[in-house]
Design a protein around this ligand. Sequence first.
Ligand SMILES: *[C@@H]1O[C@H](CO)[C@@H](O)[C@H](O)[C@H]1NC(C)=O
Ligand SMILES: CC(=O)N[C@H]1CO[C@H](CO)[C@@H](O)[C@@H]1O
Length: 411
Amino acid sequence: MKYSILVPAFAAGTALAEVGAWGQCGGSGWTGEKVCVSGYTCKYSNDWYSQCLPGTAAVTSTSTVKATTTTTSTSTVKATSTSVATTLKTSTTSSAAATTSSAAASGKLKWLGVNQSGAEFGDGIFPGRYGTEFIFPDSAAIKTLVSQGYNIFRVAFSMERLIPTTLSSAPSAAYLQNLTNTVNAITGLGAYAILDPHNFGRYYGNIITDTAGFQTWWTTVAKQFASNSKVIFDTNNEYHDMDQTLVLNLNQAAINGIRAAGATSQYIFVEGNSYSGAWTWASVNSNLAALTDPQNKIVYEMHQYLDSDGSGTSATCVSTDIGATRIASATAWLRANGKQGIIGEFAGGANSDCLQAVTGVLNHLKANSDVWLGGLWWAGGPWWGNYIYSFEPPSGVGYSYYNSLLKSYAP
Ligand SMILES: *[C@@H]1O[C@H](CO)[C@@H](O)[C@H](O)[C@H]1NC(C)=O
Ligand SMILES: CC(=O)N[C@H]1CO[C@H](CO)[C@@H](O)[C@@H]1O
């Protein structure tokens, strides 16, 4: 999800219906009610989601840094995506459609899983309070998902909470312990855990330009997980509005830092600029083909949503074949460059158009499994409430609607 049109947490003096406990009360594109029932407060979680959480504390403010940077990006991303979509319509619609209709739901991917959100919530509030600004994933929910067949989980967390002072300083023991507990809960069940610093290429809101410091940050973190072969390192979530060479250099610094820590068996997921979008990857991120890894275990992580602006903030999908259509140019890029990729975030609303579009994503990944290793739904986590894509068992909107489809592709 990308854009931040910040929604005021309260519409003062109105007589709107109130949002119930744990319900969504704000976020980019949110047009629903914003006032919580008595005893609950609308809390900012990230630019896309605010939620009614227990308590009466003052509403926390949002980050203005993002508001400024994303305004410019909206038009850039949209302009790029339009031309990509146009190109794809002429060149790949027929093959994408053929894939959708011919591939049965019996296909299996190497990896299929769910993002686990919570430890990065309360973005911009550091260090924040456990249970108020942020939470860790629920290991019981993860266990349920593993029992359904999912074998990979992307654990979002905050770089600043893990290593609070500078990029080169020591970890916060308590946050590291909780993160490690989550990782161990996942890998102890035989699944893969992706460490996802959910930072958009920023540290305390500023674009990271200190590549040496970033390398050190990664060496510090990777040392903690070097002996767990089921851990995967994701260099950073969704770089955007950054110099393209800097994105290359940060990814390479992360790879170098991770390998220098003695973490030599694990996969490394790299991400690109423009929010790592699959639909714009070939036009924006081609320079990342130059990344090198002595272990040769780089996987290109791309994100793809199916709503009109690709931001993942609407339950409406553009068309029933938009999933395969938006991914096709990335598939061609991976194959042309001899690389492998994963769709690290995808989702659609709980409706029949999106069901077909999501099926198209899965069938496309399966039909091109020489270059695509799998996908991860956005998102599970204990605090999603009635969020349009929530994959939290037992009753998340996305879990209820999509679990039977998704698990038929699980390995
Ligand atoms: C870690 O988790 C425990 C609960 O298991 C909680 O009490 C504690 O506050 C958490 N600390 C941090 C920094 O997340
Ligand atoms: C949304 C997005 O692009 N990636 C999302 C992954 O998870 C977090 C959840 O907090 C979102 O903030 C990110 O934007």
